[in-house]
Design a protein around this ligand. Structure first.
Ligand code: KIV
Length: 278
């Protein structure tokens, strides 16, 4: 049975931590899903870690749908959240609705995520009215890095903290089922969490959130261009991958690969006949 948004809210009331992880393709989504994780995010971070862009800003709807489809095919248990890319929900409510619907109808996701608080509340409300579960995302919102002046911790002053509290409330009132808090001081995240009826999912937001999210490429140690302070590498697959590729190259050069184990054969008689007649 697939995880539902009600189950996530129940987890918060029981004080059970919620884990979310990104995935961008079928194979990884299947492995992640088999662990029993409740939430998989097809994050627009794929622009950086899968597509090599410098930020998430160039990511398009078609790229997001392409990856969401692959993840949805691999995830049978987790609730799959599709991340709405830059400018796919900013212009009009109709735009937001049409693009969110693509994630559900074409992509096979069960929910969408969008960045912003009060400013996107009207759109969140409309999506929820139309039956599309929405996860909010406040604090450091990477689609606004140019406005924010870079990847900086948010909510450090009294005013900024008050704004984040208001944003979290606006999202909850609009019907969001959860909210991501990114790069927010731990004390402020705990305050937002205590005041919210919906689960808060932190990334660089301390241990007081109802749950945590990590980018899988950081967690597995595959993406090495930039490792944020809030990321923890539970594996160092970059080294494993390089070692495996190096070994493969060495064996091809030396003739140690392939052996008869990795080869196919036909009967000797057929070979002889082929050589004689062709
Ligand atoms: O795109 C993403 O991976 C995200 C997470 C960092 C929350 O938005």
């Amino acid at each position: 049975m697939r995880v539902t948004i009600d189950e996530l809210k129940e987890m918060k009331s029981r004080g059970e931590k919620v884990t979310m992880l990104t995935a961008y393709d079928y194979g990884i989504a299947k492995l992640v899903d088999e662990t029993g994780i409740p939430l998989i995010l097809v994050g627009d971070s794929l622009g950086m870690v899968m597509l090599g862009y410098e930020s998430t800003i160039p990511v398009t709807m078609n790229e997001m749908i392409h990856h969401t489809k692959a993840v949805a095919r691999g995830a049978r248990h987790a609730l799959v959240v599709g991340d709405m890319p830059f400018m796919s929900y900013h212009v009009t409510v109709d735009d937001a609705l049409r693009n969110a619907a693509r994630f559900i109808q074409e992509g096979g996701a069960q929910a969408v995520k969008l960045e912003g608080g009060e400013t996107v509340a009207e759109k969140v409300k409309r999506l929820v009215e139309c039956g599309i579960p929405v996860m909010g995302h406040i604090g450091l919102t990477p689609q606004s890095i140019h406005q924010l002046g870079g990847f900086k911790v948010q909510g450090k002053t009294l005013e900024a903290g008050q704004r984040l509290l208001k944003d979290a409330r606006a999202l909850e009132e609009a019907g969001a089922f959860a909210v991501v808090l990114e790069s927010v001081p731990a004390q402020l995240s705990s305050l937002i969490t205590a005041r919210s009826a919906i689960p808060t999912i932190g990334i660089g937001a301390g241990a007081g959130c109802d749950g945590q999210v990590q980018v899988i490429s950081d967690l597995l140690g595959i993406y090495t261009d930039f490792v944020p302070r809030h990321a923890k590498q539970y594996a160092r697959l970059a080294e494993t991958i390089k070692q495996a590729v190096g070994e493969y190259m060495g064996e091809v050069k030396s003739g140690a690969f392939p052996t008869s184990k990795q080869s196919y054969s036909i009967e000797e008689g057929v070979v002889t006949e082929l050589a004689r007649t062709s």
